[in-house]
Design a binder for this molecule. Structure first.
Ligand code: IPE
Ligand code: IPE
Ligand code: MG
Length: 242
């Protein structure tokens, strides 16, 4: 059985470009082609959820030109690919902080979500201006506001309640997290949601990541024994965690 949710930290665009004596932005453009290929493949094999880490809340620290390029590529992706995603039954979701983003980008993100809301195939989650700590802080602020407003009480706070205030409230936890470029860290990605995720760290940079690499990560996932703290995995145990 396929994992229900695969999340990918698409890393190494800059190094891919530097190795070819190209500007870093050329790596981001090449990475966009990989993104298209993997989204297409994920939809074709019947994956239910695919999350892509596209821009972190810390990536604003990069040079202005590079940040501009990443923002433009997001716009280009939605502009050029939205129609095809809709036709391919892909439903788009976006997680991350929207209040920092320019109005035209927010409008585009909302359009992508709205236009695909009826789709029932692959759920494509784009993590844009996303940082897990920021997401948790925003959730805690909303909980505090709801307590002040008398909607909930402090004693109502549970795992499930906090989960329901996160950007990912309606999204299952990732079963498998893949990171390209050989780095072995989460870089502020899905910290809460990754509590029982399996990890696959792939040495190649994102522009070189292929369908074969993706399938190899899935095959490797099948070989793992997930125990969720218990002795042996059963669907009952997983169900009780969700
Ligand atoms: C990943 O590639 C893309 C983003 C972080 C937006 P990088 O730009 O981080 O590439 P490296 O890690 O510097 O090679
Ligand atoms: C993580 O990669 C963010 C994205 C892939 C969007 P980074 O390249 O920003 O992470 P660090 O700085 O190497 O930890
Ligand atoms: Mg990087």
């Amino acid at each position: 059985m396929l994992p229900c949710h695969i999340a990918i930290i698409m890393d190494g665009n800059g190094r891919w470009a530097c190795a070819r004596k190209l500007p870093r932005v050329a790596g981001h453009r090449a990475g966009m082609e990989t993104l298209r290929t993997i989204v297409h493949h994920a939809a074709s094999i019947g994956l239910k959820w695919l999350t892509l880490y596209a821009f972190s809340s810390e990536n604003w620290a990069r040079p202005v030109d590079e940040v501009q390029c990443l923002l433009s590529l997001l716009k280009l992706f939605i502009h050029d690919d939205l129609f095809e995603l809709r036709e391919n039954n892909v439903r788009v979701h976006v997680i991350g902080k929207r209040s920092d983003l320019a109005k035209d980008i927010v409008v585009l993100l909302e359009k992508a979500e709205k236009l695909t809301t009826e789709n029932t195939g692959l759920n494509l989650v784009v993590a844009f201006n996303y940082g897990s700590r920021d997401e948790i802080v925003r959730a805690v602020r909303k909980i505090a506001a709801d307590i002040t407003a008398g909607k909930i009480r402090g004693n109502d706070i549970t795992n499930n309640l906090l989960t329901s205030y996160l950007d990912t409230a309606h999204i299952p936890d990732p079963d498998l997290i893949i990171r390209t470029s050989g780095e072995m860290r989460l870089s502020n990605f899905l910290l809460w949601q990754a509590a029982y995720s399996e990890f696959s760290f792939v040495p190649c940079c994102w522009p070189d990541f292929s369908v074969v690499d993706f399938e190899a990560a899935i095959a490797n996932f099948y070989a793992r024994e997930r125990r969720f703290g218990n002795l042996k995995y059963t669907d009952d145990i997983r169900g009780s965690l969700l």
